[in-house]
Design a protein around this ligand. Structure first.
Ligand code: TYM
Length: 330
């Protein structure tokens, strides 16, 4: 345990997760838990950057926790915790705010996107979001951070902040490496394959949620936008819809895109979509059963995050003490 490298990653407490979250992040969280000492967080402080109903935020925190466990994260192996329960996150976040420049924050594409989407609420938290995220990672001295493509820029700024701090005060933080999967790091919307699949999409049938029923999944995949060529071939530029479905299928079946092309040679989109839809349904079948059981056992969920948060605090406190000492906070 002691010699294992450390992983920290998290997902925002924004409720029902998507197939994009699953393929880009969650599947890798599960895969990596035997080899690494893993800390998986439910990012509820980050969720406050957009207005939320308080009761819903609480419920969503449990939903993400249930999703983690139902997807295969084993609370005996990995530490699962809630960000707000480990107060060191908010504290280190503040310190790191003071070592992060306005210029670098204003270049973040997530900030630009979210400011456009929520023009009536461009709050300071939305702007300093990346320093809090850097704190999440650096508190655990994480070696590796598994994330999807959209978080790459936040990992780069985390590395910059860590290096800047280390240069000023001597070795304090481990400089983390992102782990971005080669396939599936950016799953696109089924109706709008030019944009990433997102739970906040307002287009009907654009997003597959992990809690969707098999019927809903089949319907959404069958309605997915393709093209008029009728050939299953990977070509993101000219065939973004088909390429996206191919990526989803290749990750779930653990086969290459070439193999997907071969499998569907001479076959039309109808058969292709049915096969992809069925593969998703099959992949999520065990998840569904476990998720529903867990959501009916809130006492168990509370026990898991309370214990996880206690364990996470122990590790986080050491780093925070070191940082306070270095910068001269008594
Ligand atoms: P969030 O909650 O938006 O997404 C969680 C994870 O899912 C990945 N992801 C996707 N991957 C592939 N295709 C998609 N369409 C797709 N949509 C989402 C994201 O890249 C991410 O890995 N800021 C983070 C949460 C966070 C965090 C952290 C992550 C807070 N602190 C520390 C890592 C380390 C976020 O908003 O992710």
């Amino acid at each position: 345990m002691e010699n294992k490298k450390v992983i920290l990653s998290g997902i925002q407490a924004t409720g029902n997760l998507t197939l994009g979250n699953y393929i880009g992040a969650l599947k890798n969280f599960v895969k990596m838990q035997d080899e690494y000492d893993c800390y998986y967080m439910i990012a509820n402080l980050h969720a406050l950057t957009v207005r939320r109903d308080p009761a819903e935020l609480k419920e969503n925190t449990l939903k993400v926790l249930a999703t983690y466990i139902a997807a295969g994260i084993d609370p005996e192996k990995s530490t699962i915790f809630v960000q707000s329960q480990v107060h060191e996150h908010a504290e280190l976040g503040w310190v790191l705010d003071c070592y992060t420049y306005m210029g670098e924050l204003s270049r973040m594409t997530q900030f630009k996107d979210k400011s456009e989407k929520h023009a009536d609420n461009i709050n300071a938290g939305l702007f300093t979001y990346p320093s809090l995220m850097a704190g999440d990672i650096l508190l655990y001295q994480a070696d590796v951070v598994p994330v999807g493509e959209d978080q790459k820029q936040h990992l780069e700024i985390t590395r910059d902040i860590a290096e800047r701090f280390n240069k000023l005060y001597g070795d304090t933080f481990k400089v983390p490496e992102p782990y971005i999967p080669k396939a599936g790091a950016r799953i696109m919307g089924l109706q709008d394959p030019a944009s990433k699949m997102s739970k906040s999409s307002t287009i009907p049938n654009d997003t597959i949620l992990l809690v969707d029923t098999p019927e809903e999944i089949m319907k959404k995949v069958k309605k997915a936008v393709t093209d008029s060529e009728g050939i299953v071939k990977y070509d993101v530029e000219n065939k973004p819809g088909v390429s996206n479905l191919m990526t989803i299928y290749s990750v779930i079946k653990n086969i290459s895109l070439d193999e997907v092309e071969k499998q569907f040679e001479g076959k039309g989109y109808g058969e292709f979509k049915t096969t992809v839809g069925e593969a998703i349904v099959k992949e999520l079948e065990p998840f569904h059963k476990k998720y529903n059981e867990l959501m009916n056992d809130k006492i168990y969920l509370e026990k898991i995050y309370t214990e996880g948060s206690r364990k996470a605090s122990e590790k986080a406190r050491k780093t925070l003490n070191l940082v306070y000492n270095k910068v001269g906070l008594v």
